[in-house]
Design a binder for this molecule. Structure first.
Ligand SMILES: CC(C)(COP(=O)(O)OP(=O)(O)OC[C@H]1O[C@@H](n2cnc3c(N)ncnc32)[C@H](O)[C@@H]1OP(=O)(O)O)[C@@H](O)C(=O)NCCC(=O)NCCS
Length: 292
């Protein structure tokens, strides 16, 4: 049967706080449940405040939503597509494309996302100028299996301190996101030091199986081996919370090999898609799938 590519009467508009319940219904219909998903008012509220959210309306009903967040740094502004979800009953009728057109009206800015493996996602992002570069692995394991790397210590810190380290190392001001991450269940800010010198800083958060290292920035002078150790050190500091943790790493990140060797497993994977490969560093980034 020929597929309908556009839905007559489909409209897209910016979201407001009054749309939170409808956005949660779409997220849940698309299989997104629980903390720090489209079904969580804290997450959607953060995007409403610091990003842009669009909703697709068909027959007076919200049937899809998408969100972007701008990340500003010395090299300019990158727009991150954080979410794009359409109610499965409406898939393949142009909702995803209509939402993306509203969120990214021009195709000149630097843009990136972590694409799911849904068959509509990669072709859609490719058609608007993004290329698929590397897998983002969702690694899960027991932090107690991670060997504490020699010379590294990890201290609890604050969102402001971590944000300041990140600005100094990368030029990216992610302080508002660090505040949001540390306010999540089990949220904490941490700084990892090598021989007493702070070299990596980030956030951990989440409930149950979703708990883990959310984002870790590091000193660009770290070697590959040190970048791996920074991740391992941060993970060893998470052992008391749930006996289980998650971290999302680019497949080429130097911490992937030691974690797999320690018995960690890839629970899922997304694909990093971007207008330029250098929008994230495949051997250094420890990004959150939603906010990078
Ligand atoms: C991915 C998603 C947002 C796309 O939205 P959608 O409304 O289904 O997609 P659209 O109808 O706008 O189509 C977008 C592209 O998908 C592909 N596509 C759509 N229907 C298709 C079909 N039946 N068969 C093959 N490809 C199809 C086409 O490339 C299409 O582009 P085109 O319209 O120029 O041909 C939606 O399917 C979804 O919510 N999926 C589950 C959640 C998810 O994985 N989201 C992505 C997070 S990164």
């Amino acid at each position: 049967m020929a597929r309908m590519t556009t839905t007559p009467g489909l409209t897209v508009r910016g979201a407001t706080a009054g749309d939170l319940d409808a956005i949660a219904r779409v997220a849940e219909a698309a299989g997104q449940r629980g903390e720090w998903t489209g079904a969580d008012p804290a997450y959607v509220g953060h995007l409403l405040r610091y990003g842009q959210i669009a909703v697709a309306i068909d027959d007076d009903e919200i049937v899809g939503f998408g969100a972007t967040r701008e990340i500003a740094g010395r090299a300019g502004v990158t727009s991150m597509l954080c979410d794009l979800f359409v109610d499965p009953a409406h898939h393949g009728r142009g909702c995803g494309r209509a939402l993306l057109t509203q969120l990214w009206p021009e195709q000149t800015t630097a843009r990136m996302t972590f694409s799911s493996q849904h068959p509509h996602a990669l072709p859609l992002y490719t058609s608007v100028g993004l290329d698929a570069w590397w897998p983002l692995l969702y690694l899960t394991g027991d932090p107690r299996t991670v060997r504490p790397p020699a010379g590294w210590t990890v201290e609890l810190s604050s969102a402001d301190a971590v944000g300041a380290f990140e600005v100094g190392w990368t030029g990216l001001d992610r302080t508002a996101d660090h505040h949001a991450w540390t306010r999540r269940p089990n949220g904490l800010a941490l700084v990892a030091a090598l021989d007493g010198q702070p070299r990596a800083a980030g956030a951990a958060a989440g409930e149950g199986a979703g708990f883990g290292l959310v984002h870790l920035a590091s000193d660009p002078r770290l070697t590959d081996a040190q970048a791996a150790d920074a991740v391992l050190a941060a993970l060893t500091a998470l052992d008391g919370v749930e006996g289980h943790a998650q971290v999302c790493l680019p497949a080429p990140h130097p911490a992937v090999r030691p974690l797999l060797a320690a018995g960690w497993r890839t629970a899922d994977m997304d694909v990093f898609m971007a207008t330029r490969v250098d929008l994230l560093h495949a051997r250094r980034a420890v990004p959150s799938p939603a906010l990078a």
